[in-house]
Design a binder for this molecule. Sequence first.
Ligand code: MCN
Length: 707
Amino acid sequence: YWQAGPLLVPAPPIPGLIFNARTQVPLAKDKVRHAGEPLAVVIAESRYIAEDALEDIVVELEALPVIVDIEAALKTGTTPVHDDLGTNVASHARQFKGDYRSAAAKAALVLRRRFHYEHGISSPIETRGVVAQWDARGRQMTIWDTTQAPVFVRNGLAAILGLGERQVRVIAPFVGGGFGPKIMMFYPEEVTLPWIAMRLNRPIKWIEDRFEHFFATTHERGQIHDAEIALDREGRILGVKDVFFHDTGAYNPYGLTVPLNSQCTLLGPYVIPAYDSTFTAVFTNLPIVTPYRGAGRQHGVFVIERLLDLAAHALGIDPIEIRRRNLIPPDAFPYKNEIIYQDFQPLEYDSGNYAPVLDKALAAIGYEAFVRHEQPSMRAQGRCVGIGVACYVEGTGIGPYEGAKVQVQTNGKVSVATGVGTQGQGHFTSFAQIVADELGVDVRDIDIVTGDTDQFYWGAGTFASRGAVVAGNAVSAASQAVRKKALKLAAEAFECSEADLVVADGKVSITGIPEKFIRLGELAQRANPMRGAVTPGTEPGLESTQYFGPAKGATSNGVHAAIIEVDPDTFELKILKYVVVHDCGTVINPLILEGQIHGGVAQGIGNAFFEKLSFDEQGQLQNASLADYLLPTALDVPRMELDHTVTPSPLNPLGVKGAGEAGAIPVGAVFVQAIEDALGLKDKKVELNEVPLSPSRLFELIGGRGT
Ligand code: MCN
């Protein structure tokens, strides 16, 4: 199968698109394209023996020129990472709306800048792992895999191993975090372990160590944007042009999601009549790039937020005012952006009301009081304190579909199975709440199974903040269908109309006569009769399987604001206040949502100021340990104030929009603004147009004492 060609990576319908799909093979053949690409497998009785055996393997490699720089990769004469391509262009896409050139010709100000935005690795508490067990007599393969997409893995593996899908069971057990990279199709270990288990007819286990994780699990990483914005004298955006390079690493098994997200998310909550964006994704000799929480969205948000900030300064307009003047008005929804999004559908914002979100964030951070009183008085005391505010819109809840099976058992407990996997998003609680609301049962009586292909056959996976929208609505639809069945059965039993019945407390009772009730468990028993016949056109059991497939994604939005103090000697930061106001439509569980935002902001802070992958010119990662690659600790992540507005999505019955990535997206943009403000850099004509920053990077950029 693998010999037949790379796995099919779909490409979006963008006119003129170049897409050179190159996926890795399980063990490198002929050429190693990045440090960390697997070459050989050692199977042993224990990890100790395996590690010793590894030492005995001598690999002779001929050194080839190494490409680590995305711009250098495109120069003529550079050795291609994939010889057959003759170029390092992995993909190239131009998307536009309106006519940027004439917009710029009319503009009072055209501002151009180069921006660098790097993202890092997701660093889940638990790294990846695969356990494969082959039952030779039953010809059944069972794989426990940390994947975020068990159904895709099952289907692909069946094809590779020459088995039917029903012969492969993939279980995605509880794992400590995924954050995107665990969805990749396929990691070499996901293929080699089952293959070896079949050959040896023994269970095989592999658990990635932290060092391997730095190389062998996918990253996000860098983009370089050459962007310009054209505005009228009042600061209204006439157009934006952006040309950017995206480092995709040695292979691009995940297609175009990350650069497409950057391209689309740059538009933000703003009216941008003319937009012209071109990206070139570039092969390099570095580990593979696939989505990591935010998935390229932070790159786009950084660019537009920086452009607006710099434009506000150039035009002498307040940075909040320039944003407010450009917000899409509430009566403009659904708002069509005319370009293609990562789900290959036209980018359309389903609903939103952006100004109140900004207002709430400003009130919560105390913007006016800070700018007018607190900041001047702190400055008078010699303190360097600044404020940053950034807005964003986030595409979430994309298709194709998810499904759910809801089944009332005869003991009255409800079992629910869905195809998405769970890495810590609290699906067990939020899905149980949805079922409890429909069926009138206690959440503790609901048992949820996610990510086991034998429990639920169909699905796509956990990514793009789609669990609540897509699986959540499938769970809701299946619960409603079960409720209908329960009402019908109870009406037959009581010989009354369904309209006279109420479903609550695990039973169906007659309105106004609470002592006349029948428990859901008993109805489940009646639905599976031992005598008589199940009526034609009906099914046994008090259960239902339903699917939900949104035609397009739901768009969340939000505003982050922070007050940050910078030590002008050491350039260390202290976050004095951090505020997030967010609109993700109907909220299923406020506490889970807060947790999601907290976690996202923590990762965003790491991205903005702590984490940086340092490669040398040979493509060797120099800081592949958590001692050198700095994750923010509890000391670095502040308490956050969260608030919400609710603009339900018209695209799904629950009215929900996704939230899992929202915390991570605008943090870099907020940080640079706050640091620039704290150090008064605008007056010094110093701009911070890159992320991540760090004390040493600030020292390099600003030099000497920051004041
Ligand atoms: N939720 C809610 N109300 C809403 C939206 C969401 O109560 N309006 C709840 C949901 O019910 C769910 C949680 O918030 O319990 C996240 O839902 P959603 O935004 O739909 O995101 P997904 O379920 O699709 O999860 C994926 C998303 C992504 S893309 C990344 S990356 C990420 C994230 O979630 N990885 C995570 N959050 C993570 N959290 C943990 N702990 N670990 C990860 O790996």
